[in-house]
Design a protein around this ligand. Structure first.
Ligand code: SF4
Length: 727
């Protein structure tokens, strides 16, 4: 029986799925079991990210929070096991936290601080991230803390820093209303960022002269609606962008005055681009030269807004791809003004916040660099420590490779599911088995990673915790608790703090605590102070201001009334000399090109109605209407060649593993390319232990990394396909 209206409360918060960061209003009150529960959600009309709109995932958040769903899905109480061959047993928080602190101390004392690896998530809040980062780098003295955001946006970070000097998306969502051309590269916002895509559709309706160009090997829903689709060969993005630049050079479309006044390094890039005339680029990309030329002309005419995501980022040349696209903006002065700029879309709700607090193996607080002695000294001073370690930390894939090799002995995994989402799953599972001690901190109990936990710490979930997130347009929004944490669960920052204070009592007894926080706001205030004078300065912002005036963009330094909608409007960039940099890089083939043994290029991606490993969306039956089961999509000509039709099974085999997958023919794929959604894991074909012990697409994917960003090449795996006759 639904709670009477009079007993319902409303709480403004932020959607916990994608990086668009839509505002939601949570309705809560007595649930079917009489306890406080989330009863409904609607879009927040006042939130500038969505103005009341929600996509299918956001609009069903309350269904995934129903008491009967949580009773099955949620981690309720801490659990520990005394031996690997024994099941975990429930225990109290104090016992679990003492055990974690004791085991971590033992491992760190015996093997050094780098024997610990902490793997966190872009779904944690900024405050959670901050405490974890300080625990690793400040208390334990290791930089072995990285995040699943490494899998989705570290190439965007590296691309911005290489060219513009800082990890700061220079655009905002309003730019869609001012753009003359929207250039989408390696992104499918119709599925992955639906509310932004709806805003794009409305802008196009209002401005019929706006052109939408989509560069994507697949004919996605976004590509379907484009004025020009460039179905380039997988991995050929840099060649496409160089070919477009060659057209701009040949047709005198380069903004020479802007380039001379505000950039450096153009001569080298110009020399490289002249080696990539449109005919050569067309041959490399498998595209008509006229289409490349048309895209170049529209781009130069502008105002041009580029939207890009994993198709550029998840590549062994992801940083080069990001930089090559940003080069086009700089060469044509399509940046720093309404409707123009390179706009990387973040996949997760708080990948941006994680970057801001330095929650990655190569970063420190407030966009500081681990490699910089001055930055390390500043962070040490902020934390009241003599130093922070200079040794580079292990990034996501490397952390698990180190654990598989026995170099990392303790893994603490928070709010993420590496036993599904990291590439080369057999290696990941070796790592989880070999590690002496595995802590899994999660709201959900049914992940593929949970069975490896020696200690399971139940975390509060969405709607149960306070803090902040930052969305793709640098906008900081409050996340608010509408109901108490489920069962015995606790907020992630509190769990990290509670382990930290136990650990510091052992590692630095008698000293003042580094973690004197009683609330998320206190954590955030310390983070805020660390941003003073930095590119993301938010010293003019407070929880009170977020409460009174709603979400705000950074930077917002002390004395400012509001944040900056766009960066670099004055043509001054965040580099030492204020000039943006062109860094010429020739196209490189994927790390694992197709060949006669593995002739298909496998790429992965999101479906419209599912989120990551489906811990939450997988509990909502309505969200399976769009795509009820996982498939391997391939071009009809390829399907005919290997003798399969819709619904048949194939063995998809890479250099690492083999998976059984159900076939779906899709004429929108390039022949030679195959696609599988990222969402399904172990239960893929008949459950764990069945056909080929299916581990999901990431059993196949390659751990090859971009040398600059250390992001794995999840978008390109060479596979072979063989018809499978299943019993
Ligand atoms: Fe949530 Fe993203 Fe959908 Fe907005 S677009 S409702 S943030 S999933």
């Amino acid at each position: 029986v639904p709670a009477p209206r009079t007993q319902r409360r409303e709480t403004r918060s932020t959607c916990c799925y994608c990086g668009i960061g839509c505002g939601v209003v949570i309705e809560s009150g007595p649930g079917t079991d009489g306890r406080d529960a989330i009863l409904g959600v609607r879009g927040d009309e006042t939130h500038p990210a969505n103005f009341g709109r929600l996509c299918s995932k956001g609009a069903t958040l309350h269904l995934s929070a129903a008491p009967e769903v949580y009773a099955q899905a949620r981690a309720a109480t801490p659990e520990v096991r005394t031996a690997r061959d024994r099941p975990r047993q429930p225990c109290g928080w104090d016992a679990a936290l003492d055990l974690v602190a004791g085991r971590l101390e033992g491992i760190v004392r015996a093997h050094g601080p780098d024997a610990l690896g902490i793997y966190v998530s872009g779904q944690l809040l900024t405050e959670d991230y901050y405490v974890f980062n300080k625990l690793a780098k400040g208390l334990v003295g290791t930089n072995n803390i990285d995040t699943n955001s490494r899998l989705c946006m570290s190439s965007a970070v590296a691309g911005y820093k290489r060219t513009l000097g800082a990890d700061a998306p220079p655009c905002c969502y309003d730019d869609l209303d001012h753009a003359g051309t929207v250039f989408v590269a390696g992104a499918n916002p119709a599925f992955a960022h639906p509310v932004l895509y709806r805003r794009l559709e409305e802008a196009r309706r209002r401005n019929p002269r706006m052109r939408l160009v989509v560069a994507d090997p697949r004919r996605t829903d976004t590509a379907e609606g484009a004025d020009l689709h460039l179905p380039l060969a997988p991995g050929s993005d840099v060649a496409l962008f160089l070919g477009m630049l060659a057209v701009m050079l040949a047709e005198d479309l380069v903004a020479r005055d802007y380039v001379a006044a505000h950039t450096s390094g153009f001569a080298e890039l110009e020399a490289l681009a002249t080696q990539w005339p449109v005919d050569r680029a067309a041959a490399e990309c498998g595209l008509p030269g006229d289409d490349i030329a048309a895209a170049a002309r529209w781009f130069a005419q502008g105002p041009t807004l580029s939207l890009y995501c994993q198709g550029l980022n998840q590549s062994s040349s992801g940083t080069d791809k990001n930089a090559a696209l940003i080069h086009l903006h700089l060469a044509t002065a399509q940046i720093g003004r309404p409707g123009a700029g390179p706009f990387s879309l973040t996949g997760q709700p708080n990948a941006m916040g994680g970057r801001e607090v330095g929650g990655m193996a190569n970063l420190l607080s407030a966009h500081r660099d681990l490699a910089s002695e001055r930055d390390r000294a500043e962070v040490a001073a902020l934390w009241g420590l003599p130093s922070v370690p200079a040794r580079p930390g292990r990034t996501a894939v490397e952390m698990f490779e180190a654990a598989a090799a026995g170099e990392i002995r303790a893994l603490w995994i928070a709010c993420t599911n590496p036993a599904q989402s990291l590439p080369d799953q057999r290696m990941v599972r070796r790592a989880l088995e070999r590690a002496e001690f595995v802590v899994v901190q999660d709201a959900y109990i049914g992940t593929a990673t949970a069975p490896y936990a020696d200690v399971l710490l139940p975390a509060s979930g969405w709607g149960e915790k306070d803090g902040t997130v930052t969305n793709s347009e640098r906008r900081i929004s409050r996340v608010r608790a509408a109901v108490p944490g489920y069962a015995d669960s606790r907020e992630d920052w509190r769990i990290a703090r509670d382990v930290a204070v136990r650990l510091e009592a052992r590692l630095r007894p008698g000293r003042p605590s580094l973690f004197p926080y009683a609330s998320a706001e206190q954590v955030w205030n310390e983070h805020r102070e660390s941003t003073r004078g930095r590119d993301l300065d938010i010293t003019g912002l407070s929880y009170a201001m977020l409460e009174a005036e709603g979400p705000q963009q950074w930077p917002l330094p002390q004395g400012a009334r509001e944040g900056l909608a766009r960066l670099y409007a004055d043509g001054r960039f965040a580099t030492a000399d204020g000039r943006a940099r062109f860094v010429a890089s020739a196209p490189r083939a994927p790390a694992e090109p197709v060949d006669r043994h593995y002739p298909f290029a496998l790429t992965g991606g999101r479906l419209r109605d599912q989120w990551h490993g489906m811990s939450r969306t997988g509990t909502v039956p309505q969200l399976f209407g769009h795509a009820p089961e996982p498939t391997l999509d391939l071009h009809p000509a390829d399907a005919a060649r290997i003798g399969v039709g819709d619904g048949d099974f194939v063995y998809a085999t890479s250099r690492r593993a083999s998976q059984v997958m159900r076939v779906r023919r899709d004429p929108g794929l390039r022949p030679g390319s195959v696609f599988a959604a990222m969402h399904w894991g172990e239960e893929w074909v008949g459950g764990r232990g069945s056909h080929a012990a299916a581990l999901g697409i990431n059993a196949l994917t390659s751990p090859a990394l971009d040398p600059a960003s250390r992001q794995p090449e999840l978008k390109h795996t060479a596979v072979k396909l063989l018809r499978a006759e299943l019993p």
